[in-house]
Design a protein around this ligand. Structure first.
Ligand SMILES: Cc1cc2nc3c(=O)[nH]c(=O)nc-3n(C[C@H](O)[C@H](O)[C@H](O)COP(=O)(O)OP(=O)(O)OC[C@H]3O[C@@H](n4cnc5c(N)ncnc54)[C@H](O)[C@@H]3O)c2cc1C
Length: 402
């Protein structure tokens, strides 16, 4: 029991490859895209994910490329501040171990830890999967048939491995009633450095955040019951113009400049809820197994935690995958379930669907100015209720983790 095929080089995939290698396995990392994605949305990163990054020797670099957000500010149609709070509370709750960074930067840092040390395949994907008692046989579109002892899907919310091994996405997807779009504009003005500026109307919000190199990130979350979002860029832009066309604040200029964004990310805000994360020799990690959605604000950390625990359990079980998969799930299921329920609760506060809901949300945020209240309100969601198990890593390359 040695060889493990991992599909997906986002966050969970490279983290899993690193820890499997440290546990003595031979991982192969397969990524459908031709190269790692750059740009994209920013993520908040803290807690056990941060601890794992530290064990991988990534904290100095994360600190260098990360952003230290000072304030979350809610503005009205004219851009006037109507509520907000200093984000120092997050730093206090996490002992300063809290950073905001681009998801693609975290993905790149994780990948660099395994690049050159394991087999990596870009621009290919599995088209057929045959799980047998002694091995998993996969057919790769470009590379033909390959055989592995285990197969792990780390291929995100729309996982093909999940679809092939467990059934169609519709069986496990729980849409939260919102869609999310994200894009970057170069040279957008004004810039409010290190401030997360939020503008909301009933059922829709826009977040604006300044990045280095004169870039500005826009994150849009809006209510929708559409099961299918438009697939072409033109149709996606048309949808955003329709939803935000009557918006105040920066909306008109944001929409006017939308066409010059290099990439536009648009997806449903959904969770994945499965009765089990493994079947035979196939298991899932990260969003593929249990996507908590952006509303949990912690999906990347959870992806890393699941990778770490799965690799640790496989090492501890000396490759007995049945035992390892069962332990992996036993350790994490309750914890992940709590994060999913928290994200569902938070959905209505993030982009309230009614004017009164919006007003109440803003009042609640104003109340964060009362000393201690923000700490009390946010604390439960920021704290991790589990501890990272200590596994032995016989082949942990101390130089790679340094
Ligand atoms: C707008 C937004 C904001 C977010 N904010 C935060 C936040 O503040 N904090 C946080 O921690 N998390 C946040 N998240 C969640 C976080 O980005 C995800 O939970 C995390 O990226 C999951 O990692 P993953 O490796 O499981 O999946 P992904 O990062 O989605 O990676 C999956 C990889 O698999 C590849 N792939 C897909 N299909 C195949 C295939 N068939 N074969 C091979 N490869 C394939 C993809 O190209 C991709 O590289 C946010 C998400 C969104 C959308």
């Amino acid at each position: 029991m040695r060889t493990v095929l991992i599909a997906g080089a986002g966050i969970a995939g490279p983290a899993l490859a690193f820890w499997l290698k440290a546990a003595g396995f031979e991982p192969t990392l397969l990524e459908r895209a031709c190269r790692l994605r750059s740009g994209g949305y920013v993520i908040d990163f803290w807690g056990l994910g941060y601890d794992i990054a530290e064990r991988m020797g990534l904290i100095a670099e994360i600190g260098r490329i990360g952003y230290r957000v000072q304030e979350t500010r809610i503005v009205d149609d004219t851009g006037r501040r109507i509520a907000g709070f200093g984000t120092r509370v997050f730093s206090e709750l996490t002992g300063g171990r809290y950073v905001t960074l681009q998801r693609s930067d975290l993905s790149r840092l994780l990948f660099e830890k395994v690049s050159g040390r394991i087999e990596t395949v870009f621009g290919d994907e599995i088209v057929a999967l045959d799980e047998r008692p002694d091995a998993v046989r996969v057919n790769l579109r470009g590379d033909g048939e390959r055989r592995f002892d285990l197969m792990i899907g780390a291929d995100g919310l729309h996982s093909s491995v999940r679809a092939m091994a467990f059934g169609p996405q519709s069986r496990f997807e729980k849409p939260l009633g919102y869609a999310v779009a994200a894009f970057e504009l170069v040279g957008f003005r004004p810039r409010d450095e290190n401030v997360y500026v939020i503008y909301g109307q009933p059922g829709r919000m826009v977040g604006r955040f300044t990045l280095r190199d004169d870039r500005t990130l826009f994150l849009l979350v809006f209510a929708t019951q559409d099961a299918q979002l438009p697939a072409t860029r033109d149709a996606q832009e048309a949808m955003l113009r329709e939803v935000y066309g009557k918006g105040g604040w920066d909306c008109p200029r944001m929409l006017a400049e939308l066409a010059r964004a290099d990439e536009l990310y648009l997806d449903r805000v959904s969770q994945i809820r499965m009765p089990g994360w493994s079947r035979g020799r196939v298991a899932l990690v990260g969003d593929a197994a249990f996507c908590v959605s952006l509303l949990a604000g912690q999906g990347s950390a959870l992806a890393m935690i699941s990778a770490y625990v799965l690799a640790g359990e496989l090492g501890a079980a000396r490759g007995d995958h049945r035992q390892a998969f069962a332990q992996y799930e036993a350790r994490l299921r309750g914890y992940i379930g709590a994060k999913q329920r928290g994200a569902e609760r938070f959905a209505s506060a993030f982009a309230p669907k009614t004017r009164i809901g919006l007003h109440i949300r803003n009042l609640a945020i104003k109340a964060f100015a009362i000393p201690g209240l923000a700490r009390f309100a946010i604390g439960r969601d920021v704290a991790d209720i589990i501890q990272l198990p200590d596994y032995s890593w016989p082949l942990l390359d101390r130089s790679a983790a340094a």
